[in-house]
Write a protein that binds this ligand. Structure first.
Ligand code: FES
Length: 158
């Protein structure tokens, strides 16, 4: 039987607690290790079949909103196709800071990545540098899920 990934209750996606469940895809179309985007109006949701079960989160990187559904899933960790950030679907936390640097969810600053042994690149002062420095990575927010008659259903805000 396919399991659903438990997630920290405080990381439930914003929306009414009685949001309706909407059918998406057959669970058979999301084998272990697979990711798929499903769209509801202007909301893109990532379905990920992790090693601990299926999860549903926004299909937007918690860094700068790239689609995670075209990234890579390894166990419970999804790698973004941009900036090499990785994000843990088990905990909701980022695992690897994107190469651009920026702020962890708790506000701790991390500089732009540089190869080991090299001097960090000095960015010219300006709004682009400020934007990278002040971009705070989010924790994932999870949409409630269930499987009914072999179909994955997601509770999405109306
Ligand atoms: S947009 Fe995903 S790591 Fe930057």
């Amino acid at each position: 039987m396919t399991s659903l990934l438990p997630y920290p209750p405080e990381l439930r996606a914003v929306g009414p607690v009685d949001a309706p469940f909407v059918p998406t895809i057959p669970v058979a179309d999301l084998p272990a290790g697979a990711m798929r985007r499903v769209t509801f109006g202007d909301l893109d949701v990532l379905l990920a079949h992790t090693s601990l079960g299926i999860a549903a989160v926004d299909d937007r990187c918690p860094h700068m909103a790239a689609p995670l559904s075209i990234g890579e899933l390894d166990g419970c960790v999804v790698a973004c196709p941009l900036h090499r950030g990785t994000f843990d679907l088990e905990t909701g936390e980022p695992a690897t800071m994107p190469t651009t640097g920026g702020l962890w969810p708790d506000g701790t600053y991390e500089p732009v990545w540089c190869p080991p042994g090299q001097e960090p690149k000095v960015d010219p002062p300006g709004k682009k540098t400020d934007a990278r420095r002040l971009t705070r990575i989010r924790r994932f927010r999870y949409y409630p899920l269930r499987i009914v008659d072999g179909v994955i259903e997601v509770a999405v805000p109306g």
